[in-house]
Design a protein around this ligand. Sequence first.
Ligand code: PSU
Ligand code: MN
Length: 315
Amino acid sequence: MSTPLPIRPEVARLMDLHPEVAAALASGGPVVALESTIISHGMPFPQNVEMARGVEAVVREHGATPATVAVLGGRLKVGLTPGELHLLATDKGVQKISTRDLPVTVALGGHGATTVASTMRIASLAGIRVFATGGTGGVHRGAGQSMDVSADLTELARTDVCVVSAGVKSILDIGLTLEVLETQGVPAITLGSEEFPAFYSRSSGFPSPLTVQTEAEAARVLHAKWSLGLTGGVLLANPIPGEAEISAAEITPQIERALADMAALGLSGKETTPYLLGRMVEITGGRSLEANIALVRHNAAVAARVAVEYARLPG
Ligand code: PSU
Ligand code: MN
């Protein structure tokens, strides 16, 4: 059984661990972190809160304890109550917060929905090693000019957490995203496929840098990486289930349209990903939302199995 790392006292003072999560961590049991930007800024109400509850249930069905992460009233929350999930899904005052925002939200007592980057950091502070999301941020198209590269990639380079996602959607530059991950020493590993997935579609046209066939293999990779002192995260890409996917041929023109609409509005920075996700729901008549929900649930199941396998490994 893996032994949990103690939470540093200066961190513990700022953090509220849900009792269920605290108990699981204390016994070395499997825990899966979940992010909250996807709830507050990634999906409309009420599908967002239904998704959040459903994903927690999927983690439980697969033998792990869910820990949805957010910052509420400046407190780092690891594991949320139903009321807190509802607040994140409905309160317009909840900011999208990445790593750079964390100290401000904590110091000033704000509400923040955590991105992949800040969720990784808080999960790591709590001693959680496995995290499920929908899609990760990456290098935006046109980043050569805009320099818009998600802090998710920086966090993957330095924080010891495995992020299970459906790959990178083609609102981003998938090729450049894989290049940055390689440079940063982050294994980008696809589960059960030689091709790196493109979020709504199983296929991206990019070969996966690395492949594993099972969750048990993925858990052994995590164990080997951190045993070797290779700090930083792992991106475990899990292709969307075939019955839920939208083919690349169908989704690509719709993505182009959303990008053109965004360019016309002149949006930049942290607004871009939420805008593009929302616009895709409109353009696809809700189909992108259905696919998004299906892939998050699938990722939660995989993450739970990885966490269960990892908890069985020694040390
Ligand atoms: N990709 C999705 N859904 C999401 C996000 C990304 O398919 O909800 C969110 C995640 O929280 C991710 C964040 O960490 O967007 C990335 O934002 P940015 O590109 O501003 O770093
Ligand atoms: Mn950005």
